[in-house]
Design a protein around this ligand. Structure first.
Ligand SMILES: Cc1cc2nc3c(=O)[nH]c(=O)nc-3n(C[C@H](O)[C@H](O)[C@H](O)COP(=O)(O)O)c2cc1C
Length: 268
């Protein structure tokens, strides 16, 4: 990535956040996790630069810190800004917990309002949190260490399935807020049900033979059904979800290419 493009990044994040504010959103989250651009800068596996944006972690986190400060300047002091940060890439030679703790310490001195802890990456062959099958919160131990490095509010996302797990995480004082993704797809009113002490808990479908990203695809298609008001009480089949997802991508790619093919070709 040429230096002039990197130097434009903060203002791009800032403008996007400003537009979100104008559109009526109550806050923004800067995504520095899961293998997206800012997390690639953070990771020594992806970031091979030898300038002030590569090498030591202080350099690798520079785009993130600059994005936060530009965003704050654009949205003003009262608009909430969160950062989603990996506890690690879960890749050998990648962004590790020691790096992540240094970023948490630097975020402590920034104008960010909330740190949302996650992990993993959408890189072929790697672990991603939305495909995870381990029972219980995935990154709780890291959150406890992060707590020592910052006084900012902490959020933890990944692996929460039952109310007791969320309550325990908050009661342990490791985190202030729990994030839910797949549980909320299965039961969009889950927070209200938990608050009202209503049972039963959501039933998570099991996909023992799911291919890589298959679980995430199933939830994506379930979310699509809910968005279109077309969900059925009986959950759909994994194979069908994958076929539907591929079909949808095919038709979306056509539209995408029609709009952007020339600029993509121009850049390569
Ligand atoms: C269908 C689906 C879409 C997701 N989209 C996003 C996203 O746009 N941004 C993001 O940060 N994480 C996204 N995630 C990841 C979740 O935020 C979360 O980190 C992950 O699913 C683990 O949490 P969970 O165990 O509660 O599902 C998505 C997950 C799923 C299942």
């Amino acid at each position: 990535m040429p230096l002039d493009e990197i130097r434009q990044l903060p203002s791009r994040f800032a403008r996007t956040a400003w537009l979100a504010r104008q559109a009526g959103f109550g806050g923004v989250q800067i995504h520095a996790a899961h293998g997206y651009l800012l997390s690639q800068f953070l990771s020594p596996l992806f970031n091979k630069r030898s300038d002030e944006y590569g090498g030591v972690i202080a350099n690798r986190m520079r785009p993130l810190l600059e994005a936060i400060e530009a965003t704050r300047a654009a949205v003003g002091p009262d608009f909430p800004i969160a950062v989603k940060l990996n506890s690690s890439d879960q890749l050998e030679g990648g962004f590790d917990k020691e790096d992540a703790l240094e970023v948490v310490a630097a975020l402590d001195g920034s104008s960010v309002d909330l740190i949302d802890i996650s992990g993993g990456t959408y890189f072929p062959g790697a672990n991603s949190a939305s495909d995870g099958t381990v029972s219980g919160p995935y990154f709780l131990e890291f959150a406890k260490r992060a707590r020592m490095a910052t006084t900012k509010p902490l959020m933890l996302t990944g692996g929460f399935k039952r109310r007791a797990q969320a309550e325990d995480a908050v009661a342990s004082d490791a985190v202030d807020i729990v994030g839910l993704a797949r549980a909320l797809v299965l039961e969009p009113s889950l927070p209200d049900l938990w608050k009202a002490d209503r049972k039963p808990e959501p039933i998570f479908p099991r996909f023992p033979d799911a291919p890589e990203r298959g679980i995430t695809v199933w939830y994506t298609m379930r979310l699509t059904e809910i968005g279109a008001d077309k969900e059925t009480p009986v959950f759909g089949d994994l194979g069908q979800a994958i076929r539907d997802y591929k079909g949808r991508n095919k038709s979306r790619s056509k539209v995408w290419l029609r709009h952007f093919a020339n600029s993509v070709v121009g850049q390569t």
